[in-house]
Design a protein around this ligand. Structure first.
Ligand code: NCD
Length: 305
């Protein structure tokens, strides 16, 4: 059974193929409108979500399929003490494919070991978020026409931001990528990620200074400081405004810069940037639906084999 637990579960060639399918769906949605008739997607969300869950649900509806699930684990049997394994074992009797978000790192992997249907990791704690990464890759591809030879700035909460971890994993497989890691010391990329980058001999620098890094960036990936992962509210309050992207900070940016953010935004990007042609975060959210359609199609196809 093929699952998507982390982005390395897909080869770069498969990602290219999914990007092509997502673009084809954008052009010819009618051709895909019945592809999943009679199929059910279950969305099991043990943590809050707007874009990820609703884009998965919209994706399945636009493929002609159905959706079941919960968005509040308090309403599910996990509140009675049921294990993730048991929940998934049962839900896989009802659904053909499952998207799961969980606050515990590794929960979707445990689920995949028990499931009779494909499991998609829709975010596990501060660990990984591979479908956001597919969304990001589609967005970069559409904006830049390529996934190689880019300088990418990742800014904000690099410690707890799971979207950052998965995006670095994904980009580590393309050539000519330079990573500029922009964060306060307290929110540095975890050492296991830095070790991986050093082992693979990736080109990266760490800095605290967003404005100094700006001129060389092709892509700027802004992130929210992940309040829910902090041990102390005081520490969160001290760090939450570390970076706020305002128009003046873009003075020395390239005209061709693409500004991405997985959203939700708190205050990391001033709303006055939304109308700047370099702001891509709302089209990025739309892209999330199309790439999830391509993913559902692929995993259901593989499940038939
Ligand atoms: C991200 C997440 O859940 O990790 N959101 C998303 O899925 N688009 C980023 C975040 O919550 O800050």
């Amino acid at each position: 059974m093929r699952h998507l637990i982390d982005i390395f579960d897909l080869s770069p060639a498969e990602i290219d193929e999914m990007i092509a399918v997502a673009c084809d769906i954008m052009d010819k949605p009618q051709e895909y409108a019945h592809k999943c008739e009679g199929k059910k997607l279950a969305t099991l969300f043990f943590e809050p979500s707007t874009r990820t869950r609703l884009s998965f649900e919209a994706a399945m509806y636009e493929l002609g399929g159905h959706v079941i699930g919960f968005s509040d684990a308090g309403n599910s049997s996990s509140s009675k003490g049921e294990s993730v394994s048991d929940t998934v074992k049962v839900v896989s009797c009802y659904a053909d494919i499952i998207a799961m978000r969980h606050f515990k790192e590794g929960a979707p992997m445990v689920a995949a070991m028990k499931s009779d249907v494909p499991i998609i990791n829709a975010g596990d704690g501060g660990h990984n978020h591979p479908t956001q990464t597919l969304t990001d890759l589609l967005t970069i591809h559409r904006e830049k026409g390529r996934l190689d030879n880019l300088t990418i700035g990742l800014c904000g909460d690099l410690k707890f931001g799971r979207t950052v971890h998965s995006l670095i994993d994904a980009m580590s497989r393309y050539s000519g990528i330079k990573f500029v890691l922009i964060s306060p010391e307290e929110l540095r990329l975890p050492s296991y990620m830095r070790d991986m980058m050093a082992e693979k001999d990736l080109d990266y620098v760490e800095t605290r200074d967003l404005e100094a890094a700006m001129p060389e960036l092709d892509v700027l990936y802004m992130t929210r400081v992940q309040r829910e992962r902090f041990f102390s509210e005081e520490e969160y309050l001290r760090l939450k405004n570390s970076y706020i992207l305002t128009p003046d900070k873009l003075t020395n940016a390239k005209q061709t810069l693409s500004i991405l953010h997985p959203l939700p935004r708190v205050n990391e990007i001033a709303t006055s940037i939304d109308s700047d042609p370099r702001a891509c975060y709302f089209s990025q959210a739309l892209n999330g639906k199309f790439i999830r359609m391509a993913l559902i199609l692929k995993l259901l196809e593989e499940a038939k084999k």
